[in-house]
Design a protein around this ligand. Sequence first.
Ligand code: ZN
Length: 274
Amino acid sequence: MEKKIRVLIAKPGLDGHDRGALIIAQALRDQGMEVIYTGLRQSAAQIAQAAIQEDVDVIGLSSLSGAHKSLFPKVIEHLRKLNAEDIPVIGGGVIPYEDIPFLEEQGIQKVFTPGTPTQLIGDYIKELVGEEKQVIEPPKKISHIGIAVSSIEAVLPFYRDVLGLSLQKTEQVESEGVNAAFFHIGETSIELLEPLSEESPIYRFIEKRGEGIHHIALEVSNLTERLRKYKQREIPLINEEVKKGANGAGIAFLHPKAANGVLYELIEHGEEEQ
Ligand code: ZN
């Protein structure tokens, strides 16, 4: 039988509530992991000891008391003293997002904020311990910003003369029903989108919301895998499969519902045109 992932769930400090920790523990067990729960009010030293004794693959710290900024780094410190700093530590509970940069700087691998689906935490742990390949890598850059215009010609003077950009190229993208015009700015570019007909999504966008910023495109790798993962996690998608965009790149749009009203395009360039 394959070795199960072993997780230590621990509650450092004084807070006396462990409902959340118990829910996570059960959810991870349901996902096939072996979970050891230390119980309430453990010291950082006890937690580090327990992690070594139990030979766990990952430590999950939970804190509701507001003392996470001192308690979580203390656990890391004790692991270091015991030469066990290779055991990754993740955290959750009631943690204001403002504290995330500090905690990650202190060596906490990842902090989950309230409301994170337990499935996602389980997926993350599997990737962290190397059982599953990491699929959701950070996007590499903003590939372009798409701007909906009624007429490319009408806005050219602004982009060329007011901003001083040069027009790199134009392209008719049949799949989107648009003419596109590209201006490079450093690593990224601006893409003007003009509808080819009243059937074009850009036409409908302009009718509804007027000309303006239409979408932000992010350069990613692993687009096919990523979409599969998003589908699994029920992230609202416009395209569930990769389709061909401008330059022959693979593209897919997330539904604006996924990002509070912002339309994101994911784009993956083939080796040769990157
Ligand atoms: Zn685009």
